[in-house]
Design a protein around this ligand. Structure first.
Ligand code: HXC
Ligand code: NAP
Length: 284
């Protein structure tokens, strides 16, 4: 579907780019001609990912950073620019999350998630955005949120994540207006369930919880990482140049299934519908 040089020579910085969806996006961007920089806290994870991803002569630069630390974010961006000369696309993908009854959370647990997702995204956005504005350089920012942020519903049992991702969506939409005059475009993706080691170990750690994720999706399957990576490639490409401030949901229809009043009737057998047809006509 894509031309092979869709992202040719674009320098793309992905936070959390050594694992899961961040890595899948990076691999796809490389196939499409990009030069990649990946960052996260664990240097050994980044190193191994970079080695594997760069096979076949692809360019992958890794540099560790904790996005909760603005000083580390500034140094990380310095290192990427020292290596490649510039950044064209920032993908705010790093996140933290786990399921817990909210009343069991300590303030430190709340901070753990908010600091990575909301503050980390804000620090990276500011650090890269200020440089683009000063240098009069255009760019694209892609933020990975969740359907419980984009539908506005929030979600029980992941309340710090729901609050933080809603904040990230607010950043996306606010800066779409404020920074467009500098040639900076903002887009977001709201994924439904994609089984990654990082997410599943913290959000669906038993077979029952994992199977429950599938039952909630009208397409009756979870997402494939390459499906999200292809969407991301399009959104950051020049073909999406007029998309600004939009969040695209990729969830097999999951959040809509939860939203419609009568959607649970999808599992009723045909015989029951025959019976209901009689009963509902009696009201005439
Ligand atoms: C309750 C918990 C907890 C849990 C940690 N804490 N895990 N509380 N239930 N499962 C508490 C700790 O007790 C501590 O509080 C505080 O949180 C900080 O814990 P640390 O382990 O010191 O934090 P840290 O090392 O900074 O790790 C951050 C983390 C961790 C968020 C807790 O899980 C992490 O590193 N996550 C990164 C990767 C990730 O989460 N990926 C999933 C993304 S999926 P006290 O008070 O005891 O000191 C996603 C969307 C999914 O975001 C949507 C699916 C459809
Ligand atoms: P993941 O593999 O756990 O990805 C999270 C990444 O963030 C890791 O690489 C982690 O690396 C990095 N990270 C965490 N804290 C960091 C920090 N303080 N500083 C820098 N990097 C940090 O999980 P994933 O499923 O691929 O999630 C990727 C994105 O998709 C997240 O934004 C998530 O919210 C979103 N999402 C996922 C799903 C899903 O079903 N999988 C659904 C909706 C949204 P280190 O540990 O090395 O720091």
């Amino acid at each position: 579907m894509f031309v092979p040089d869709l992202l040719k020579d674009k320098v793309i910085l992905i936070t959390g780019g050594g694992t899961g969806l961040g890595r899948a996006m990076g691999e796809r961007f490389l196939e499409l001609g990009a030069k990649l920089a990946i960052t996260s806290r664990r240097e050994e994870v980044l190193k191994q990912a970079a080695e594997e991803m760069s096979q076949g002569g692809k360019e992958v630069f890794y540099t560790p950073c904790d996005v909760r630390r603005p000083d580390q974010v500034a140094d990380m961006v310095d290192r990427v620019i020292a290596h490649y000369g510039r950044i064209d696309v920032l993908v705010n993908n790093a996140a933290g999350n786990f399921i817990s009854p909210t009343e069991r959370l300590s303030p430190r647990a709340v901070d753990a998630v908010l600091n990575i997702v909301l503050h980390g995204t804000f620090y990276c956005t500011l650090e890269v955005g200020k440089r683009w504005i000063n240098e009069k350089q255009p760019g694209v920012m892609l933020n990975i949120v969740t359907t419980y942020a984009s539908s506005g519903s929030g979600s029980a049992y992941v309340v710090p994540s729901a609050a933080a991702k809603a904040g990230v969506l607010a950043i996306t939409r606010s800066l779409a207006v404020e920074w467009a005059k500098y040639g900076i475009r903002q887009v977001a993706i709201a994924p439904g369930p994609f089984p990654t080691e990082g997410a599943w170990s913290r959000l669906a750690p038993t077979p029952e919880l994992s199977e429950g994720m599938i039952r909630k999706v009208p397409l009756r399957r979870t997402g494939e990482k390459h499906e999200l990576a292809n969407l991301a490639a399009y959104l950051i490409s020049d073909y999406a140049a007029y998309i600004n401030g939009e969040v695209v949901t990729i969830d097999g229809g999951e959040w809509l299934q939860g939203a419609g009043e009568f959607n649970s009737l999808v599992d009723l057998p045909a015989e029951m519908w025959d019976k209901l047809a009689e009963l509902t006509r009696q009201g005439k």
